[in-house]
Design a protein around this ligand. Structure first.
Ligand SMILES: Cc1cc2nc3c(=O)[nH]c(=O)nc-3n(C[C@H](O)[C@H](O)[C@H](O)COP(=O)(O)OP(=O)(O)OC[C@H]3O[C@@H](n4cnc5c(N)ncnc54)[C@H](O)[C@@H]3O)c2cc1C
Length: 392
């Protein structure tokens, strides 16, 4: 819809057309709102996505941000709910997201790593997750494709995978069919309260909206700063490799206890290898580029864990921008700015995306969300709130 003239008004404007913005557009249009969604056309985590549905805590996150673990744990119960929500959404849309719920393995190469996983699994079970430890003998039975370097693993039953290309397209089509207007390649430059409305400023013109939801991931910070909010979010460029098709041989979503990797085989037969290898955002082009070291490092680690991967050609690599938060999602109304809302998912934000969108849609529609959103409120980032402890 690029080039389509902007309306003068919309009941609700959504800023950002990743999985969160698109799902919001569908839920709000379904709730009877007249919706206009603007996407800058910048790099999105949702379109670069590796398709993992995460439930157990990712070791990459635990290693990189140990100080955020209490916040992550406080929102851990959202992950199994978010995976169930994906199932419900697939059914509701009558779409095929390529979802497979085969469980997720986090593998260990040393006794120390397996010990780390034992403690992690015990902690996760106490928080309500379905996790167990598999010794090597069990692994031979459950996942014979795992290579000899691995001594054991944590199995989390309700993890899985989907194909983001299929899911994103289906959610977008659903939002459009419900009447949402989507404006691609139109960046929102500012939001200005104007009487009972918020003026939404773009390079293509300005429109008034009764309500605005900022679902712009890394792009959200600059939009909220003028209101006295300093979101603790970063743009993190990440790398993904994908192989040619092969007959099914990898059942699970596979991660490592200490090293950055997510590995899975789509229903199409392609093996997708991601998990946190860096890309480069430093060339000033506004989009991330791949690094040779990440292509090689990521593929080498994959074949170390699953040796059969070495028989496959890598057919494509890409990079995308992730948006780490302070360990928790940022969801709900913006205090002090009537009609303004935020929807930014926490770690593994694609997994959380549709659930987060639905919770914020409930706020916008004046319904009580199924989750208490106070712990996720953007209020923790108010500059004049620095002394107030964040609610976990
Ligand atoms: C390579 C990679 C692989 C990943 N793999 C997984 C995975 O397997 N599983 C998982 O759970 N998570 C994964 N993630 C994380 C996940 O993709 C994101 O957390 C999630 O998609 C965020 O969704 P979103 O809709 O909030 O934001 P995004 O998908 O990032 O979309 C934000 C959108 O906002 C737009 N925007 C920004 N500023 C403006 C503005 N001013 N005006 C208008 N539009 C604007 C951008 O153009 C962009 O399209 C991955 C991330 C990356 C980078």
């Amino acid at each position: 819809m690029t080039g389509k003239p902007l309306p003068h008004k919309a009941e609700v404007v959504i800023v950002g057309g990743g999985v969160v913005g698109l799902a919001l557009a569908g839920f709000l249009a379904e709730g009877g709102r007249e919706v206009a969604l603007f996407d800058a056309g910048g790099p999105a985590g949702s379109t670069a996505n590796a398709g993992s549905l995460h439930v157990q805590m990712q070791s990459r996150f635990l290693r990189m941000y140990p100080e955020q673990v209490p916040a992550l744990e406080s929102g851990l119960h959202l992950y199994p709910k978010a995976v169930d929500f994906w199932h419900d959404l697939e059914r509701k849309l009558g779409a095929d997201f390529g979802m497979k719920m085969t469980g997720g393995l986090m593998v260990a190469e040393t006794d120390d790593q397996l010990d780390f996983l034992r403690k992690k699994a015990a902690r996760e079970r106490a928080l309500g997750l379905d996790s167990e430890i598999l010794e090597r003998n069990d692994l031979n039975r459950v996942a014979p494709y795992i290579g000899p370097a691995i001594v054991g693993a944590e199995l989390c039953a309700n993890e899985g995978k989907l194909n983001p290309l299929q899911a994103n397209a289906a959610i977008r089509s659903w939002a459009l069919a419900r009447g949402a207007a989507i404006f691609d390649s139109v960046a929102v430059s500012a939001l200005v309260p104007d009487g009972s409305e918020i003026a939404v400023e773009t390079a293509s013109g300005k429109l008034g909206a009764r309500q605005v939801v900022i679902a712009a991931a890394y792009g959200s910070r600059s939009l909220l700063e003028p209101f006295g909010y300093k979101l603790a979010i970063e743009a993190e460029p990440l790398h993904v490799n994908i192989t040619e098709r092969a007959a099914p041989f990898i059942g699970h979503l596979v991660q490592h206890a200490e090293r950055p990797i997510t590995l899975k085989q789509f229903a199409s037969g392609h093996v997708v290898i991601g998990g946190g290898w860096p890309a480069n955002l430093g060339h000033g082009r506004g989009f991330p580029t791949v690094e040779l070291a990440s292509i090689i490092g990521n593929a080498t680690l994959a074949q170390h864990i699953v040796p059969t991967v070495s028989n496959l050609h890598i057919i494509r690599t890409w990079a995308g921008v992730n948006t780490p938060t302070d360990g928790k999602s940022i969801l709900g109304p913006v205090e002090g700015v009537p009609g303004l809302f935020v929807a930014i998912p926490g770690d593994a934000g694609y997994t959380l995306g549709p659930l987060c969108a639905s919770l914020v849609a409930d706020c916008v529609l004046g319904r009580t969300p199924a989750e208490d959103l106070v712990p996720y409120s953007p209020a923790r980032f108010r500059k004049d709130n620095a002394a107030r402890p964040s609610a976990l």
